[in-house]
Design a protein around this ligand. Structure first.
Ligand code: AKB
Length: 303
């Protein structure tokens, strides 16, 4: 796994270790490993030779390529974002072909959508004119996935993640980060200044459903996977105001203020709700958490 110290990586490493055994998972990241036990390698995903060395050293059979810069941090350094999010993925694809890697997992995002995409019940196949370098790099990655599957038969599986809510690792550099930050601020300081407007509706998913989705998709029989780019999925949609009301049931003193910044424009170009019927049909995607059950679980764990 590349990017194993990130929000999803941290928890996916443990889930994969539980499933396949601790010694079967090679966690790699640029930063020191603070989170998981087991095998860890420092790895710059932009370094082709180093990635190849790790593949050879451990006889890697599957790659979960999570290393990426997110929507907001990506805008601060577009060229670096392209190198990490796209050039490094091309390295992975070339090496996967060369070393006959059995399966690849590629996380995409609702960031591939843009102002020309229908915002309500966004279809699987639609108009993609993303406004961020994050979105451009991820939709291009999706196209490369499809190319490698059609041309070389690589088994690549992807998910377009909406905002991911979790308590183990706090996300950094995303537009949906408010939906995690608010919990920690609510518990610690009883107040939160949100960087999006109160009525900004965005699709979200809770981490246990992210882990289930990833494992289920990777386990699904190859003949059931009708697309190699990335499946739409969503758990629920919420606005900051609705999340505030839901948290207030447990922390009535919570005060929320709204100071929209540059991220508002990004959020306004993304979907409000997602049509994930293809994922439901192909590999039985079905989220276990709605907003209410997610809020309760988040607060129980953070407290
Ligand atoms: C972000 O906000 O950039 C990410 C995403 C939706 O892909 N959380």
């Amino acid at each position: 796994m590349t990017g194993s110290n990130g929000q999803i990586g941290t928890e996916l490493v443990s889930a994969l270790q539980k499933k396949h055994g601790q010694d079967s998972v090679i966690a790699t990241d640029l930063k020191d490993n603070e989170n998981s036990e087991g095998i860890f390698e420092f790895l710059d995903v932009m370094n082709f030779e180093r990635v190849e060395r790790v593949i050879k050293k451990y006889n890697v059979t599957q790659i979960y390529h999570l290393a990426a810069l997110l929507s907001s941090s990506g805008e601060k350094n577009p060229a670096l974002t392209w190198r990490i999010n796209l050039d490094a993925y091309l390295n992975i694809l070339q090496l996967a072909h060369k070393h006959k890697i059995e399966k690849i997992f590629f996380p995409s995002t609702i960031g591939v959508f843009g102002p020309t995409t229908p915002r309500i019940n966004t279809p699987q196949n639609t108009s993609f004119v993303p406004g961020t370098v994050y979105g451009i790099s991820k939709i291009t990655g999706e196209l490369w996935s499809q190319y490698y599957r059609n041309t070389y038969g690589l088994d690549i599986r992807g998910i377009r993640f909406p905002g991911v809510i979790s308590y183990a690792t706090i996300p950094k550099g995303g537009t949906t980060d408010f939906a995690v930050e608010i919990f920690f601020e609510a518990v610690k300081n009883k107040k939160y200044d949100c960087f999006l407007k109160a009525d900004t509706r965005l699709p979200m998913v809770y981490m246990p459903d992210v882990l289930k989705a990833t494992l289920d998709l990777m386990e699904a029989p190859k003949e059931d996977i009708s697309i190699s780019y990335a499946y739409n999925i969503s758990g629920f949609s919420l606005t900051p105001a609705e999340l505030n009301v839901a948290i207030k049931k447990y922390i009535p003193e919570l005060q929320i203020t709204y100071t929209p910044d540059k991220r508002q424009k990004i959020a306004d170009s993304w979907s409000e709700t997602i049509d994930d019927s293809l994922a439901r049909k192909d590999w039985n995607w079905s989220p276990a958490y709605d907003m209410e059950s997610m809020v309760k679980d988040m607060l129980d764990n953070i407290k």
